[in-house]
Write a protein that binds this ligand. Structure first.
Ligand SMILES: [Zn+2]
Length: 221
């Protein structure tokens, strides 16, 4: 049985970090729309540059463009035995579209809940490499150089100043509270306290997911 996961949570909730850990534990790809768009921006594609301009202001691409990007990614062979979506769906129309896709049939939906004050504090400390766009690991938050390429670590443009941070949380609240309402009644919806340490969050997340979709020991390699 494929493990198809949607990770929900506000900016800086740690859902990207948790998605990476789950991806390694269950050997399924982490599909982050933020990563896809940032990489597209670095290659200078028209879509990437437009997405970057929007994200730098705390805004997002429209539903139909996001749906097109995700459909294309889920069609790739590595997503056959499962995937972890990070950053999609962000709106109820996007969630309805995902439900209508073959991959939407057995979704596990996880929400990482973190209070706003803690999110702001985390965004203020978050760093990204100016050269390769790698995120700093949580334990190297204030390092001056990228551990991957030696590039300069800077505040993420979309974390930028206090107004942008507040705006991102407001956009998230406005667009994703209806999304939580949409998913909350499902048997495969779980809300996890994301204000705990990353290890505690990961342990709870793995336990919940293993309980819903056990590891497939007969998985084809
Ligand atoms: Zn780097």
């Amino acid at each position: 049985m494929a493990l198809n996961v949607v990770m929900l949570g506000p900016p800086a909730s740690g859902k990207g970090t948790q998605a990476v850990r789950l991806s390694k534990a269950r050997r399924i790809p982490k599909i982050s729309t933020g990563d896809i768009l940032r990489e597209a921006a670095q290659t200078g594609s028209e879509l990437g540059l437009r997405a970057k301009a929007l994200m730098d202001r705390g805004e997002l691409l429209g539903d139909s463009e996001m749906i097109g990007i995700v459909k294309g990614r889920l069609a790739r062979p590595d997503a056959v035995s499962g995937f972890i979506l990070d950053g999609f769906p962000r709106t109820v129309p996007q969630a309805r579209e995902l439900d209508g896709m073959p991959q939407g049939e057995s979704l596990v939906v996880v929400d990482l809940a973190v209070p706003d004050g803690e999110l702001i504090r985390r965004m203020e400390g978050r760093r990204v490499c100016r050269t390769c766009a790698a995120n700093a690991e949580p334990d190297e938050g204030s390092a001056a150089a990228c551990s991957r390429c030696g590039g300069e670590m800077v505040t993420r443009a979309d974390d930028g100043d206090a107004d942008v941070r507040q705006h991102r949380l407001e956009v998230y609240a406005r667009e994703s509270k209806p999304l939580l309402d949409y998913y909350r009644g499902r048997a495969t919806f779980r809300s996890i306290n994301g204000a705990q340490s990353p290890d505690r969050v990961a342990a709870e997340l793995m336990a919940e997911i293993d309980g819903m979709v056990p590891v497939n020991t007969r998985r084809a390699q």
